[in-house]
Write a protein that binds this ligand. Structure first.
Ligand code: GDP
Ligand code: MG
Length: 726
């Protein structure tokens, strides 16, 4: 046989093992680039095998060939325009039904010759899934080869079959294909006669396929016809439009919806014919693990234990690097203080930027550890089990277990948590989950509780903390029920929880997952928090000249003089005590000056304006300002309190100052509830906006949670007072 060169493309669902098989086939002879015009990775490899030059292409992973995503368009265009000699559809044999949609579409395209690789055969076998390959091959009129990609089993045979198929030349037309209902088939008949007469094979696309796509109103194909056959396009598109309108009228539905249903029906039929699942063999390793981890009695305690361990690890292990970072920030601050001349720039840099961003960056280790644990749960497959366990509880809110994952992640940071709601298929479920997730107390709120609970509930601080977290969960459940029965009415979508097999996590992917999420945190630091810190500083540092109620410089001078006199006359033994008294008086004076300054700063002015809103909660204007700054990021609340209450950034000093400020345990508790429940931060608001794609829901979320926070704090404070607590 004459040596020819063949192009073989690998298509398939994401994670079906395409790249694995591509690597097995091409080894090191591959070229990685991008598909023209888009940022989708293109892998290509040239090898010599079976007497031919073979050009192997790894197509982007897709579930179908409808032109909805870049991946789908890239894959389809490659097959349509480059016409590879063979397309190998890599099918995840343990997930046959899902894979067959793409397979039927490839057949419908009827462009290149198609070959099925039933990959992951090992997994399928382990789950007791048996596929009748011969039957499948017969039903769809394609050769079928079993493979185990990661063990290189069957890959050689697959390639050989592909080459043989390529050598055969063009085969006869399809025998088996999806049959649509009568209306659709009639429309196909009419329209394809017209298209055949007008266009024929000038575009090189299969006639039936073109007709079907035009009935489905495929924009990419329409554009292509206009580009390539401008003089014929109008007639074809008008005829297609008329047929489509006609179909819509008859079916009372978009034809593409009906046709998709019918393709699934076709697939269901194939599955019935070729797939058998033996119950006995199903007990594999994953099953055995699941017998323990999702056990009716053991599952829940184990789950709680794991979550507890996660938080424990986050805080104990995070404490060490946290200290190092704190020292680093202190060192940087001291260094800058020594190096820079006094003035407004120094103040901005030290009191604004370094203090503000510094007080936040110390939480980076905690966040890294938390996200590492979450990545571990996800990559091993445990997260799906956690969702499964929570399913029943989540039904109380009218949601199912899948919504629990975003909520759990909310304990770390609400931003990735809101993003995690993407995995929910139903839009209502997604919005509801996004609305209640912020009630999960994120790690940025913890420092506020630590300061307040530590100051006012010293020996009961732990229980208070627990109560706060629990309240968040209860509020989420109550809000869920409320919204489900009002604004987001509807039954929870019926769905089957997919429990993927347990996998040994790979270090690389754990680190990538952890890093992807932590990046968000760092970006927040460089953006919102930096700007927020600067803003808070500006508001507290201006106006520069304050009309003080007393002349502090004069009073300071008086103290100096008084002590100079007393020290002169005092006996040597009494001098140290006097020095101390002097220092104390001066510090006290300076604190008063600072407090008066912040009261008369712009921030103080704003605080006075908003004070009435917070007064019924037992929170004074300084607390109000701190809470207001929390809209930017919760991390800023503590540093704002630091500026306002003590003008000193140390937690100890802040605690003393808080205790002296007239705040009571009851008002501290009200403040904690407020912090727990109101909008987490700007970054969360931005991701709510992005994920709901709706300004209405974003505004609703902000208003709703702030209202809930106010009411809860009000109830705590006024209720507590009625019951006689201070
Ligand atoms: P792609 O998204 O289609 O390119 O999929 P990949 O080639 O990246 O494979 C996804 C995962 O499946 C990887 O972790 C592979 O190691 C694994 N994998 C690939 N083929 C098989 C197989 O036949 N059996 C099993 N158990 N795992 C496989
Ligand atoms: Mg891949």
């Amino acid at each position: 046989m004459e040596q020819a060169s063949f192009t073989i493309a690998l298509a398939g669902n994401p994670n079906s093992g395409k790249t694995t098989i591509f690597n097995m086939i091409t080894g090191t002879r591959q070229k990685v680039g991008n598909w023209p015009g888009v940022t989708v990775e293109k892998k290509e490899g040239r090898i010599k095998k079976f007497g031919h030059d073979l050009n192997i292409i790894d197509l982007p992973g897709t579930y179908s060939l409808t032109p909805f995503s870049i991946e789908e368009i890239v894959a389809r265009d490659f097959i349509l325009e480059e016409k590879p000699d063979v397309v190998i559809d890599i099918i995840d044999a343990s997930n046959l039904e899902r894979s067959l949609y793409l397979a039927t579409q490839l057949r419908e395209l009827d462009c290149s010759k198609v070959l099925f690789a039933l990959n992951m055969h090992d997994l399928a076998r382990a789950r007791g899934v048996k596929i009748d390959a011969e039957k499948l091959s017969e039903l769809l009129d394609v050769p079928v080869v079993f493979t185990v990609g990661n063990k290189n089993e069957g890959v050689e045979a697959l390639l050989k079959t592909a080459v043989e198929l390529a050598e055969k030349g063009r085969t006869t037309k399809l025998k088996r294909r999806v049959k649509y209902n009568q209306d659709v088939e009639l429309a196909i008949q009419d329209l394809s006669a017209l298209i055949g007469a007008q266009v024929g094979s000038q575009l090189g696309y299969d006639l039936r396929w073109m007709t079907i796509k035009l009935l489905e109103d495929d924009n990419i194909l329409k554009k292509r016809i206009v580009e390539k056959l401008p003089e014929k396009a109008q007639a074809v598109l008008e005829a297609a439009h008329a047929q489509r309108e006609n179909l819509v009228r008859r079916l009372n539905e978009e034809p593409e919806i009906i046709m998709t249903d019918e393709r699934y029906g076709f697939i269901a039929g194939i599955i019935k014919e070729v797939l058998t699942t033996s119950r006995r063999q199903r007990v594999d390793i994953s099953r055995n693990i699941d017998m323990v981890l999702t056990n009716r009695f053991l599952g829940f305690p184990i789950f709680i234990l794991l979550i507890w361990a996660m938080f424990q690890l986050t805080f104990t292990m995070g404490a060490y690097p946290m200290e190092w970072i704190e020292q680093g920030v202190a060192g940087l601050s001291a260094g800058l203080a020594a190096l820079m001349p006094d003035g407004i720039v120094k103040e901005l840099l030290l009191d604004g930027i370094v203090a503000g961003v510094g007080s936040v960056i110390v939480f980076l280790p905690n966040i890294l550890i938390l996200f590492f644990c979450i990545a571990l749960f996800e990559d091993t497959g445990y997260m799906a089990r956690a969702a499964f366990l929570m399913d029943r509880i989540m039904h109380l809110i009218g949601l199912h277990g899948k919504s629990f994952i975003p909520m759990l992640m909310g304990f770390g940071c609400n931003v990735p948590a809101v993003m995690a709601a993407r995995t929910l298929e139903s839009e209502k479920d997604r919005i509801l989950t996004i609305l209640i997730t912020p009630f999960m107390s994120c790690s940025a709120r913890l420092p506020i509780y630590i300061v307040l609970a530590g100051t006012f509930f010293s020996n009961k601080a732990g229980s208070v903390l627990f109560a706060i977290y629990l309240t968040g969960i209860v509020m989420a459940i109550l809000s869920g029920r409320l919204l489900r029965s009002t604004l987001l009415k509807g039954a929870d979508a019926p769905f089957v929880m997919e429990l993927p097999p347990y996998r040994m996590p790979m270090a690389r992917s754990l680190i990538i997952h952890m890093w992807d999420r932590s990046k968000l945190f760092l970006r927040k630091m460089g953006g919102v928090i930096l700007i927020g810190s600067i803003l808070i500083w500006v508001l507290s540092a201006f106006p520069r000249e304050v009309a003080y109620s007393r002349n502090y410089a004069e009073v300071k001078q008086q103290i100096e003089t008084e002590f100079t006199n007393r020290l002169e006359t005092a006996a040597a033994v009494n001098r140290p005590a006097l020095e101390q008294e002097k220092a104390g008086r001066l510090a006290h004076l300076e604190k008063h000056r600072q407090m008066e300054k912040s009261e008369k700063s712009w921030m103080g002015m704003i605080g006075k304006v908003i004070a009435p809103v917070f007064a019924p909660l037992g929170i004074d204007w300084r607390g109000g300002i701190a809470l207001l700054s929390g809209f930017v990021a919760k991390e800023i609340v503590v540093s704002t309190m630091g500026v306002l209450y003590a003008a000193e950034n140390e937690a100890d000093a802040l605690q003393t100052a808080l205790a002296a400020s007239g705040m009571t345990p009851l008002s501290a508790l009200a403040m904690m509830f407020f912090v727990l429940l109101y909008v987490p931060c700007l970054a969360t608001i931005a991701s709510i906006r992005r994920e709901t794609a709706s300004l209405k829901w974003t505004v609703f979320s902000v208003v709703y949670s702030t209202l809930v926070a106010w009411l809860a704090a009000f109830t705590v404070y006024q209720g507590g007072r009625l019951l006689g607590f201070a």
